[in-house]
Design a protein around this ligand. Sequence first.
Ligand code: GMT
Length: 372
Amino acid sequence: MNIGITCYPTYGGSGVVATELGIALAERGHCVHFISYALPMRLTGFTDNVVFHEVEMSNYPLFDFPLYTLALASKMVETAKYEKIDIFHCHYAIPHATSAFLAKEMLGNSDIKVITTLHGTDITLVGLEPSFLPVMKFSIERSDGVTAVSRFLKEKTLTNYGIHKDIEVIPNFVDTRKYYRHPKEDVRSHFASPDEKIVVHISNFRPVKRVADVIRIFDQVRQKVPSKLIVVGDGPDRSQCEVLTRELGIHDHVRFLGKQTDVIHVLSTAHLFLMPSQSESFGLSALEAMACGVPVVSSSVGGLPELQLHGKTGFIAEIGDIDRMAKYSIDLLTNPSKHQLFSQAARDRAVEFDASSIVTQYEEYYKKVLQR
Ligand code: GMT
């Protein structure tokens, strides 16, 4: 198949899923064309069967706001014509599904199919804004196929938008051949002394991630367990979180690494992963941590309970219940045999979401939609 994939090229989970899916499909012999405004972050090096098409934006002074939706639609048309695209697969509905709809209309009576994968905030946050809601509903309804990364997100889409449409749940995935625990002593010793535990959080520091809760949980953990916190990523709440570590007097025990392209070595040193999010349709970074044998303490929101098994792969608490999350964390970090069991269970659970089977689910879905 010739597949055009559109995603945000930045550090979000939807871009990661889109890129890893594209690479895996290319390895299976499909021709994959990434169409976006910049090279996706995880698309590094040369990959056979993968081509990147950059959406060019003009800067006419009349346009106070960049017209990306239109420029993307034009690039989709161009790519479809020259590369004989069978499917446009859009990751994150806004505005990609709308551009794909426009492109398909412009292509006239072509057999091209549009598949939209819903990832989370496109449905639970941004899409609900009155200025986007009607166009979101329309673009989802007019997609030839729609997938959601969790049952939670499927239900939210159907109820929040009043959509009557088949939505296929295809969960996020991880390549467990790449993501497994292989700690490097120099990385570990760089962050912590041999007697210290390592707690990790990875996110885009948006308010929805509640990174301040991570800092406060760690503050309680640190009082009972010699430990260090490593925080990966960047975004709007980062500086106030750095300030918080100073106010709490724990800044020497917290390392903010900023954006990182490869998190496997950091995760391989971790004893615990924290995800106290306000909303999380799936929690891809928790899955990547679990693949590296790291138990997760998280909130009970969205699709997280579909991934993480309370009392087995980690623990789940109510949003904002910092005390409980700290208690669970201390319990795991001070009980080596329990930690060992949880670590193995986390890895086993992650293997259930291995790329090999989930990529096949996407391939099968493509075939089904192409027959419509
Ligand atoms: O978490 C984010 O804010 C980024 C966002 C994205 O679209 O890039 O992540 C969403 O998609 C991920 C991949 O499917 C999911 O694992 C995340 O749970 C989801 N984030 C939220 O729902 C907040």
